[in-house]
Design a binder for this molecule. Structure first.
Ligand code: OOG
Ligand code: MG
Length: 256
């Protein structure tokens, strides 16, 4: 399978809101390296359309998420500026296929983080901000059903993200066991803590740096990194009120 062709079909599925069957159904040999090539080709398409990269995301870094999609290996994707949803903004379901939301910890770096030998200490030194966050997912595949190469090619289902305004940089030791809940129309539907993400979400940043190093890329200063869903993702539809409740801040939106 040609990575450019895959990227184009995923782009079209996003634009026309028509879900695709997973590529691995037709091409069982679709490999992980080919999938990252397709992801890069998709990024090139986005850049050629004038979009800009504002960061990266890790996925499938918690057991809950791995079970969610039956894929048991962390993956990486990129974040575009247009994906950011500001606090108070509504989230469109019209422009998405089958959106879901999940609570995450986000970090912003002040210095470059590169190479395959990055440690948690390096990550701590590079941190500018540690923020409560949520991610909006939208798989471009039918029934949200895919295998590892499919979801990598599909930029790990990335569709949106919201960052809180609180900074947990001086609470790094407490962060792993800080509770978070997800409420749908006022009802708690998921509860979790950042420790679900590899024991400490900063380890997810280490994994990201290592994964990028394989492509001679780095996490650049100012970039946002989503460290991965803490709980199972929650589907939402137009009219729903979604709240991700952190100890000091609630991130919420109305879906329209
Ligand atoms: C795959 C994306 C995974 C995460 O945080 O684990 C992800 C999916 O669930 O569609 O973003
Ligand atoms: Mg996620």
């Amino acid at each position: 399978m040609n990575p450019n062709e895959i990227a184009k079909r995923l782009r079209q599925a996003t634009a026309e809101r028509i879900a695709l069957p997973a590529f691995t159904k037709t091409y069982p040999d679709f490999s992980i390296p080919q999938a990252y090539e397709a992801q890069s080709a998709g990024l090139e398409l986005a850049l050629s359309e004038g979009h800009t990269v504002v960061g990266y995301k890790m996925g499938l870094t918690s057991r809950a998420k791995q079970r969610d999609v039956n894929v048991f290996e962390p993956i990486r994707g990129y974040l575009l500026s247009r994906m950011e949803v500001l606090k108070g903004e509504e989230v469109s379901t019209q422009s998405r296929l089958h959106p879901r939301v999940e609570p995450e910890v986000a970090v912003v770096l002040k210095t470059r983080l590169a190479g395959k030998h990055v440690t948690v200490r390096d990550v701590r030194q590079a941190l500018a901000l540690v923020a409560p966050a949520l991610e909006i997912l939208d798989s471009r595949y039918q029934d949200f059903s895919f295998k590892l190469p499919d979801v990598i090619a599909d930029n790990t289902s990335a569709s949106g993200f919201m960052l809180g305004s609180h900074d947990y940089l001086d609470k790094l030791d407490e962060l792993p066991l800080m509770g978070v809940t997800v409420k749908l129309n006022g009802v708690i539907v998921e509860t979790g803590a950042p420790a679900a993400v590899l024991g400490d979400p900063l380890l997810s940043v280490v994994e990201l740096a290592k994964s990028l190093a394989r492509e001679n890329k780095a996490i650049e200063p100012g970039m946002v990194v989503l460290t991965g869903g803490i709980t199972t993702s929650v589907s939402f539809k137009s009219g729903d009120i979604v709240e991700v409740v952190w100890p000091t801040e609630t991130l919420s939106f109305r879906a329209v």
